[in-house]
Design a protein. Structure first.
Lengths: 131, 412, 136
C-alpha cells in the first residue's frame, strides 16, 4: 500500500488478513482475527486482533480450519493466538507495524521462535535466532 | 552502465532460462516438435506475450507495494480463497520440484551413464548447499550466465542446414500434421501453454524484485528483465521444437526422454554440442528447482505472514526455512520412488494450465487497483493483453480436462 | 471423474480399437528402433560419448519391453489372434535387437554397437511390412 492519509479505513482491506510487521520491520504474521466490542451507543469498535494458526483456523472453518486450530492449540505452550490490543499497532500504512519488537512479545509467533532456536540456528551458517 | 546494473539483468535471464526453460519445456517442446513440427510455435509466441504481461504486472506490483504477488492472494481473496490458491499453487509447483530435481539428475546421467536415481540425492544436496550458502545475487548470476549455454539449441538449428522454407511453412500452418487429429493438436497446444506460462515464474520474479528492493524507479530495470528474458526463453523453446522437427519428424521418432531432446544437438554439433546441452540442461533445471522450491516456500510464508527469503539469516526466517527444506526433502524422496519424472512433468504441466486463471486473476485485479497502485496502475495495453490472456486461460481451464480424457493424454 | 479415469485406461474391446492399439504399438517400436539406429550412427560419426549413447540405448530397450508387455496383456477380440501374434513376434525381435545393442554399449564395444545399429535398417523394413499388414 502506498502511503495515504485517509481517515477511514476498511476492516476488510486494511486490517483483516493483512501482513503485520514488528517494531523492527520484521514480518511476524497476519491479522488472523479481529475482536470487536459493542459500545454503549450500539457502535462496534475494534479492540484487538490475533495472529496465529489457531485464530486463522476458526475463520477458514470446515475440517481444514478445525485441523489448523487443533494443531496450533496442541503446539502452543500457553494460549494459542493470544489477543493483542489494537493499541499495539503503531502504523497502519504503508504496512501494519507494531510498536514492539518480536522479542518483547513472547506469546506471538511461538513456532518461529522454537524452530529458530532449536533447529535452524543449530545448523552451521544458520545465523542467530535472536528474536 | 555499471556492472551491478548489468548483473541485475540476470534476474530476468534466470527467470527466462530457469523459469521458462525447465524440464516441462525440455520435454514438451521436443515432443511437440517431433509430432507437429513448428505448427504449434504460435502458441509459444502467445504464451511469451502473456507471461511477459503478467510478469511485468507482478514486478510493478512488487516495486510499488514492496510486496510480492502471492502476498496479495490472501489479502485480496480472504483466507479461504487464499488457501485454495495456496493449495493449488502447492500442488502444481510443489510437484514440479521433484521433476526439476530429476532434471538435474538427468543432466548428470547424460554424460556419465549412471542412473539418474543415484544422482537425485546428490542433486538435492547440491541444491541445499547452494541455497543455504550463497546469496541470491550470486545464484542468479551463475545461472543467468551458465544457462546461456542452452543457446546451443539455436546454433543446432543452423548447423542442421534445414530447409528453411519447410520450417517456415510448418510455423505458418496452424493445423495438425497429416495423420493427427485436432483434439490432439489442441491438447498438445494446452500442454505447451502449461509448460511455458507457469505461475511460479510470476511469483518468483516479484519476490525476487522485493528482495532486490525494487521501487518505482526500478521500472526500467524490471521491464528490461522482462523484455530480454522471456522472449529469449521463447526463442529457445522454438529452437527445441525446430531441431526435433528436422531430426525426428521424418524418422517417425516420438520423444519420451531427455536423451531424445538432446539427440538433435548431437546430430548437429557432436560432442561439443552435447556438452553444452548437458550444461545448459543442468543450469535450466537447477534454476527451475530453485525457483519452484522458493516460489512454493514464498507462497506458504506469504499466506501465513511469516518472514521469508534471503535478506536475513535463515534462523530469523525459521518457519520459511523449515518448510522449504522439508519440501526439498520430500521431493528427493518422491523422486527416489522411481515415479517417472517425465510423466509427472506432463501431469503437472496440464494441471498448471488448468489453474492459470486462479493465478492471473488476483494479479490483474491488484494491478488495476487505484488505491494500491496509485498512478502506477495498469494502462490500456497491460489491461488489453491481461484480459485476453485471462480469458484464454479460462478457456484452457475448461478444455484441458475434457481433452485430457478424450485424447487419453495425447496418445489416443 | 471415475468414469473419466476409467476411460483413460480402458483396454481395447472392439476390433477397431484393437487394430488401433496394434498400430500405435508398431509405431512405438518404429520410433524406438529408429532412435537406437540414430544413436549408432552418431556414435559412428564420433558425435557422442559412448556413455550418452548407452543411456539412450538402454532407455529404448526398456521402452520396447514395456510397449510389448502392455500390448501382449490386452485380450484380443475374436478373430484377431493372428494380429496379436504378428505384433508380439515383431516386438520380441525389437526387444532382442535393442537388448544386444544395450549390452554391447555397456561392455564398451563401440564398433559392435555401430555394426548392430546399421543392421537395424532390416528391422525397420520388417516393421513397415507389419504396419501395412495390420492396416489392411
Amino acid at each position: 500500500m502506498s502511503p495515504d492519509h485517509r481517515s477511514t479505513r476498511s476492516l476488510r482491506l486494511d486490517l483483516l488478513d493483512q501482513q503485520v510487521l514488528d517494531g523492527t520491520e520484521r514480518p511476524v504474521g497476519r491479522v488472523d482475527e479481529i475482536e470487536l466490542e459493542a459500545g454503549q451507543d450500539g457502535t462496534l469498535a475494534v479492540t484487538g486482533f490475533r495472529l496465529g494458526g489457531a485464530a486463522l483456523g476458526r475463520r477458514v472453518g470446515g475440517a481444514v480450519g478445525h485441523a489448523m486450530t487443533g494443531t496450533c492449540r496442541r503446539l502452543a505452550d500457553d494460549e494459542a493466538s493470544p489477543l493483542l490490543p489494537i493499541e499495539s499497532l503503531k502504523d497502519w500504512s504503508p504496512r501494519l507495524t507494531l510498536h514492539r519488537a518480536l522479542s518483547e512479545l513472547p506469546e506471538v509467533a511461538g513456532l518461529e521462535r522454537w524452530l529458530g532456536k532449536h533447529v535452524v540456528s543449530r545448523i552451521p551458517g544458520g545465523g542467530d535466532a535472536r528474536v | 552502465m555499471s556492472t551491478s546494473k548489468l548483473f541485475s539483468f540476470t534476474l530476468g535471464t534466470l527467470s527466462a532460462i530457469g523459469g521458462f526453460i525447465d524440464i516441462g519445456d525440455l520435454v514438451a517442446d521436443a515432443l511437440v516438435g517431433a509430432r507437429f513440427g513448428l505448427r504449434l510455435a504460435w502458441v509459444t509466441v502467445l504464451a511469451v506475450v502473456g507471461i511477459m504481461c503478467y510478469a511485468e504486472m507482478s514486478g510493478r506490483i512488487a516495486a510499488v507495494t514492496k510486496r510480492p504477488a502471492f502476498d496479495l492472494a490472501r489479502s485480496r481473496l480472504g483466507p479461504r480463497y487464499g488457501l485454495v490458491a495456496l493449495v493449488g499453487a502447492f500442488l502444481v509447483t510443489g510437484l514440479l520440484v521433484m521433476a526439476e530435481l530429476s532434471g538435474i539428475a538427468f543432466s548428470f546421467q547424460l554424460l556419465t551413464d549412471i542412473s539418474y536415481l543415484f544422482w537425485v540425492p546428490v542433486a538435492g544436496l547440491v541444491v541445499a548447499l547452494f541455497l543455504w550458502a550463497l546469496p541470491f545475487e550470486i545464484l542468479e548470476r551463475i545461472y543467468g550466465i551458465v544457462g546461456l549455454s542452452m543457446l546451443v539449441f539455436v546454433v543446432a538449428v543452423w548447423q542442421l542446414h534445414p530447409d528453411w522454407g519447410h520450417l517456415w511453412h510448418s510455423a505458418t500452418t496452424p493445423s495438425p500434421t497429416p495423420g493427427e487429429t485436432w483434439p490432439i493438436y489442441a491438447f498438445l497446444g494446452i500442454t505447451l501453454v502449461g509448460a511455458q506460462m507457469t505461475p511460479y515464474e510470476m511469483f518468483f520474479f516479484s519476490s525476487g524484485g522485493v528482495e532486490h528492493g525494487w521501487g518505482p524507479r526500478s521500472f526500467a530495470e524490471m521491464r528490461t528483465n522482462v523484455i530480454v528474458g522471456f522472449p529469449l526463453g521463447g526463442l529457445l523453446a522454438i529452437a527445441i521444437q525446430a531441431v526435433a522437427l528436422v531430426v525426428f519428424y521424418p524418422a517417425g521418432i516420438q520423444v519420451e526422454h531427455i536423451t531424445q531432446t538432446v539427440l538433435p544437438v548431437v546430430v548437429a554439433l557432436g560432442k561439443v554440442g552435447l556438452a553444452f546441452a548437458a550444461v545448459g540442461i543442468f543450469a535450466a533445471t537447477f534454476g527451475a528447482t530453485m525457483e519452484t522450491l522458493f516460489a512454493t516456500g514464498y507462497d506458504i510464508a506469504q499466506y501465513f505472514g511469516w518472514s521469508y527469503g534471503k535478506l536475513q539469516p535463515p534462523a530469523q526466517a525459521a518457519r520459511f526455512t523449515a518448510v522449504t527444506a522439508s519440501l526439498l526433502f520430500v521431493s528427493v524422496a518422491l523422486a527416489l520412488t522411481t515415479l517417472n519424472p517425465i510423466q509427472v512433468t506432463i501431469v503437472a504441466v496440464v494441471f498448471s494450465a488448468m489453474l492459470l486463471p486462479l493465478a492471473f486473476l488476483p494479479v490483474l485485479l491488484v494491478a488495476n487497483d487505484h488505491v494500491v497502485m496509485g498512478q502506477y496502475r495498469n494502462g490500456k495495453l497491460s489491461n488489453a493483453i491481461g484480459v485476453v490472456t485471462l480469458g484464454v486461460s479460462c478457456l484452457i481451464s475448461v478444455a484441458a480436462p475434457v481433452l485430457l480424457v478424450y485424447t487419453r493424454g495425447g496418445s489416443g | 471423474m471415475t468414469a473419466a479415469l476409467w476411460y483413460l485406461v480402458w483396454p481395447p474391446r472392439t476390433q477397431a480399437g484393437y487394430t488401433h492399439q496394434a498400430q500405435q504399438t508398431i509405431g512405438k517400436f518404429r520410433s524406438q528402433v529408429a532412435t537406437a539406429r540414430l544413436w549408432g550412427r552418431e556414435l559412428d560419426r564420433d558425435h557422442t560419448f559412448l556413455a550418452t549413447a548407452s543411456v539412450g540405448l538402454d532407455e529404448m530397450e526398456t521402452d520396447a519391453t514395456n510397449t510389448l508387455d502392455q500390448f501382449a496383456a490386452y485380450q484380443p477380440p475374436a478373430g484377431q489372434e493372428p494380429m496379436r501374434t504378428e505384433v508380439t513376434t515383431l516386438g520380441d525381435a525389437v526387444v532382442t535387437d535393442l537388448g544386444e545393442l544395450r549390452i554391447a554399449a555397456r561392455q564398451g564395444r563401440t564398433a559392435t554397437v555401430v555394426r548392430k545399429a546399421k543392421r537395424l535398417g532390416d528391422l525397420l523394413d520388417r516393421i513397415d511390412t507389419t504396419t501395412s499388414d495390420v492396416s489392411s
